[in-house]
Design a protein around this ligand. Structure first.
Ligand code: NCD
Length: 308
């Protein structure tokens, strides 16, 4: 049985297969509408979410399956003190696959070790968010036609932003990727990622504070929200929350084919005026998130079109 806990749980070849399946689903969604008939997805969300939970649910419904679950820790037995390990043992009796989001780093991994069904990490604290990475990879591949030979700017909260951590882990496996890490000093990429991932793979990167200065170099600009819920101190959050605001003036400095991605939700970091720019890809990205989660559910449940 397979789980998806880290973005590295799939090899590059397996990822290629999964992204090709997601592409076919995006082109022929009807063909897949009965693939998971009779199967159930449980969404166990101990932390708030709109996109991730609903895109998982939409993905399973699009495949003809059904969904059950909870959307906050308060409405689950966690409020009574039940451990994640016990919860997953019970859920294994009710569902065929589950997606779990948890504020504690490592919780989905603990769950997977006790689970009778595939567990998908739908975000664990400030650690990883592998299905957002699948979404990001599919978006880049669909709109740029490639995953290598690019300069990628990651901007905003690179310390607590789990989407950034997972994306870096994944992209270093492709050829000729360069990173420009754009953040205030306090919100830089953690050292363990610089040392164990970037340096380890010999990937070129630089850390800067000013977005305008590097805008013209980028093929992709990945904007992120300052992660308020992970700050210990509200004053620090207030000081940093509007550090970067991407607006139409800054977009004029960018290449004509640069793409702007954002995992969403957006707060202030992208002005709404940018939404009409053809290079703004963040709402398309949300749509790709459903296709890639359909492909992921099929892959982990080992169902294919041929079986129908
Ligand atoms: C991200 C997350 O939860 O980490 N959202 C998402 O899943 N699309 C990004 C964020 O909350 O800022």
């Amino acid at each position: 049985m397979r789980h998806l806990i880290s973005p590295l749980d799939f090899s590059v070849e397996e990822l290629d297969k999964l992204l090709s399946l997601a592409k076919d689903i995006s082109e022929n969604p009807k063909k897949y509408s009965k693939c998971c008939e009779g199967k159930k997805l449980a969404t166990l969300f101990y932390e708030p979410s709109t996109r991730t939970r609903l895109s998982f649910e939409a993905a399973m419904l699009n495949l003809g399956g059904s969904v059950l679950g909870f959307s906050s820790a308060d409405s689950s037995s966690a409020a009574k003190g039940e451990s994640v390990s016990d919860t997953i043992r019970v859920i294994s009796c009710y569902a065929d696959i589950c997606a779990m989001r948890h504020p504690k780093e490592g919780a989905p991994m603990v769950a997977a070790s006790k689970s009778g069904i595939p567990v998908i990490n739908a975000g664990d604290g400030g650690h990883q968010h592998p299905t957002q990475t699948l979404t990001d990879l599919l978006t880049i591949k669909a709109l740029k036609g490639k995953l290598g030979n690019m300069t990628i700017g990651l901007c905003g909260d690179l310390k607590f932003g789990r989407t950034v951590h997972s994306l870096i882990h994944s992209l270093v496996r492709y050829e000729n990727i360069k990173f420009v890490l754009i953040s205030p000093k306090e919100l830089r990429v953690p050292d363990y990622i610089k040392e164990d991932v970037l340096d380890e793979h010999g990937v070129e990167y630089k850390e800067v504070e000013n977005l305008e200065d590097v805008m013209g170099e980028l093929d992709i600009l990945y904007m992120t929200r300052v992660q308020r819920e992970r700050f210990f101190n509200e004053d620090d959050y207030i000081r940093m929350k509007d550090f970067y605001i991407l607006d139409t003036a800054k977009m004029q400095l960018a290449k004509d084919d640069m793409l702007v991605l954002h995992p969403l939700p957006r707060v202030n970091e992208i002005s709404v005026d940018v939404d009409d720019d053809p290079r703004a890809a963040y709402f398309k990205q949300a749509q790709y998130g459903v296709y890639v989660r359909m492909a992921l559910i099929m892959t982990l449940l080992e169902v294919s079109l041929d079986e129908q």
